[in-house]
Design a protein around this ligand. Structure first.
Ligand SMILES: [Zn+2]
Length: 274
């Protein structure tokens, strides 16, 4: 069976499971590019590591970029034709998810770094020409030019004349590393330098038990952390091809409270080993 077909079958079978468990009303696309959706439980749980001694966290392999203070600006992007799918209570669910992200970060890095966030409590409706530049969908992300999104947000969210403008939201604290977290009303899960794009289902659908883990995994990429599993070409994912059992590797399909960040990643971010 070729990989593409396999992925489609996995996708279809998971849709059936989600429909059965949650009812049609909650169904939405939740699938990712970089990780074909595999609902498997971890073979081996490791206990969450205790925080290492305080020092200042820095960007992965970039000691000049301090991560002592990280601020998340979180937005909910909704394509025009998906406005009917906006779930009741989404701001509370997203704020809870971001709090859990900050808590996990604290369990891993202790006083070496702190995460704050602000969430725009108004869905940002995006036009098709903006949606089309996003690395959304179930295929593995490639490098994409998302300047059309940047321009759109500058005009509609961050300009005082924009219809989504909220002065408080746009305020960037000083000496802070900014991460834009964009929850999307469509499929997707990618993270890159200072940027996360994630299907909102991960943080609103409790059946996706590793949803919070994916949020932090992509956030890890936003801080420069590399994948710790091997994904070669389209459909080439094979069980067991993991370089570590932490959140960037095999642990990415575990509940957040049962995973951790590998010591080798912490070392590359300036955190001394015990
Ligand atoms: Zn990844």
């Amino acid at each position: 069976m070729n990989g593409f077909l396999l992925k489609r079958i996995i996708k279809i079978s998971v849709i059936v499971i989600v429909v059965a468990a949650a009812g049609v009303g909650l169904l939405n696309l939740t699938f990712v590019q970089e990780h074909p959706l595999v609902k498997e439980t971890a073979h081996r749980f490791e206990s969450v590591k205790t925080p290492l001694p305080p020092s200042v966290l820095h960007y992965y392999n970039e000691p000049a970029v301090s991560l002592e203070n990280i601020h998340i600006r979180a937005l909910y992007l909704v394509p025009q034709d998906a406005q009917g799918s906006i779930p009741e209570g989404w701001p509370r669910m997203m704020a809870t998810a971001l709090s859990k992200l900050a808590d996990f970060h604290h369990t891993q890095f202790g006083e070496a770094s702190r995460v704050t966030f602000s969430l725009l409590e108004k869905p940002v409706v995006i036009t098709d020409d903006v949606f089309n530049v996003l690395p959304a969908g179930i295929e593995r992300a490639e490098r994409k030019d998302i300047s059309a999104l940047d321009d759109y947000l500058k005009e509609h969210v961050y300009s005082s004349r924009g219809e989504y403008y909220d002065g408080e939201f746009g305020v960037v604290p000083e000496n802070t590393f900014m991460v834009d977290v964009l929850f999307l009303e469509a499929a997707g899960a990618v993270g890159g330098n200072g940027f996360v794009l994630l299907a909102r289902d991960y943080v609103t659908d409790p059946d996706i038990f590793y949803g919070m883990t994916f949020l932090y995994h992509e956030f890890g990429h936003a801080l420069g952390m590399p994948d710790r599993y091997i994904y070669e070409a389209e459909g080439a994912y094979q069980k067991g091809e993991v370089l570590s059992q932490d959140i960037m590797g095999g642990g990415r399909y575990r509940p957040l409270e049962l995973t951790h960040i590998d010591d080798s990643i912490k070392a590359a971010m300036g955190i001394a080993q015990q």
